[in-house]
Design a protein around this ligand. Structure first.
Ligand SMILES: [Mg+2]
Length: 175
């Protein structure tokens, strides 16, 4: 059901994603959403986010941030992580995902996307032909429009969970 929206992997948090395994399988770039994926909504880059970006880069994998938020929000965050960035990305439009690959020097086949929202993050990644990883949102207090999307996400996630649809290993990455 809803295969066009289904993430290739689900993880408890960005830190739980098996980046080492993904790198072994040929992944050369990681694109991250920021808000509620790396930090609570609106928060500055913290030690954990900086350490995660550092760890990924040490695997020879590039990091790019892709956010619908403003450059004022995204640029300092990217600076702290030493990452590329695209602000006002227009997710779920595919343009930003493609631009991110250009910055990373990767293709959709060698890039994975990590984000917390099905209808923006994951849908866009799927449309861009990219391996997509859904993480649980960090912060429970969210803006009203995001809360409404959560209400729509819930039965879909429940259905996938019930039907064992989404793996937690990197087995799906065959591209
Ligand atoms: Mg988000």
């Amino acid at each position: 059901m809803l295969g066009w929206l289904r993430p290739d992997m689900m993880a408890e948090s960005a830190a739980q994603v098996p980046f080492r395994e993904l790198a072994k399988r040929g992944v050369r770039g990681v694109i991250f959403d920021i808000d509620n994926t790396l930090v609570p909504h609106g928060f500055a880059a913290d030690e954990a986010a900086v350490a995660l970006a550092h760890e990924i880069k040490s695997l020879g994998v590039g990091v790019c941030l892709l956010s619908n938020n403003s450059e004022k929000r995204v640029a300092p965050f990217a600076d702290a992580l030493g990452a590329y960035f695209i602000a006002k990305a227009g997710k779920p439009g595919v343009g930003g995902y493609r631009e991110a690959c250009l910055l990373l020097g990767t293709t959709a086949q060698t890039t994975v996307f990590v984000g917390d929202q099905l209808f923006t993050d994951i849908w866009g990644a799927k449309r861009a032909g990219m391996y997509s990883i859904l993480v649980k949102p960090i912060h429970p207090k969210e803006e009203i429009q995001i809360r409404l999307k959560r209400i729509l996400e819930r039965p879909i996630l429940w259905w996938w969970g019930k039907h064992g649809a989404v793996g937690c290993a990197a087995d799906g990455l065959t591209k």
